[in-house]
Design a protein around this ligand. Structure first.
Ligand code: DC
Length: 222
């Protein structure tokens, strides 16, 4: 029997990570935050002085980086990198790293290895289109750029960091542009993905909606 997968793709700051991990917890499924892999490659590049256009070196790093997911933490070579990979600068670096075809190829099998019983919930940009094209349920989660910028702003302020709303919105739009227009695995809604616009709905309703869709799929697939 194939292991069930729910893919949640969408633009940055659409709430994919929060929603995907809550859906995974409700179902008792594994969770893969694919963006963290791109962020780890960007962090490694920054720390070791790798240029973000050195595709071969980035791909080698992507293939061999010693990454571990433990509870809520992401470990890079045994060190907790959870906070370091969340900075805006590393997010922008990850978007550039993600535009390299060789990096995407290097991460493909690593991501597929997360598909284990009883099931997997994963979020990213190409989870439904490239990594798990046979997913049980594909969701495209989005919200307006204003709303996403507001959410990111509140998140940063909540963490005690300084933030500039206009700058955040500009970064979000620039990241959307790069993620949607790159040559390989661009961000887009697949024809078989269900669209969920969360501009005016909260996290709880979003999670319930996805769980409802998933149970419909299971009934119709059994
Ligand atoms: O989801 P996130 O914000 O953590 O992702 C950071 C960047 O990584 C995103 O701007 C593009 C890249 N990424 C990608 O290219 N493909 C994925 N599946 C996930 C992330």
């Amino acid at each position: 029997m194939t292991v069930a997968v729910i893919t949640i793709d969408g633009p940055s700051a659409s709430g994919k990570g929060t929603v995907a991990s809550l859906v995974a917890a409700r179902l008792g499924f594994h969770y893969l935050d694919s963006g963290s892999l791109y962020r780890l490659v960007a962090l490694h590049a920054e720390r070791t002085g790798l240029a973000l256009d050195d595709e071969d070196a980035l791909a080698r790093a992507a293939r061999h980086l010693p990454v571990e997911f433990a509870d809520e933490r992401v470990l890079l070579a045994g060190e907790d990198a959870s906070a370091a990979i969340r900075s805006e600068a590393i997010g922008i670096g990850a978007s550039r790293v993600g535009a390299c075809p060789a990096v995407r190829a290097a991460l493909l099998e690593r991501q597929r290895d997360f598909r284990r019983a009883p099931g997997l919930v994963t979020d990213g940009r190409d989870m439904g289109s490239v990594v798990f094209p046979d997913a049980t349920l594909k969701v495209f989660l989005t919200a307006s750029a204003d709303e996403r910028a507001n959410r990111r702003y509140k998140q940063l302020i909540g963490k005690g960091e300084s933030a500039n709303l206009l700058q955040i919105k500009q970064d979000i739009i620039a990241r959307d542009e790069r993620d949607a227009h790159r040559a390989v695995a661009p961000l887009r809604q697949e024809p078989d993905a269900l669209l969920l616009d969360t501009t005016s709905i909260g996290i709880d309703r979003t999670v319930e909606c996805i769980l409802g869709w998933f149970s419909e799929r299971q009934v119709s697939g059994s």
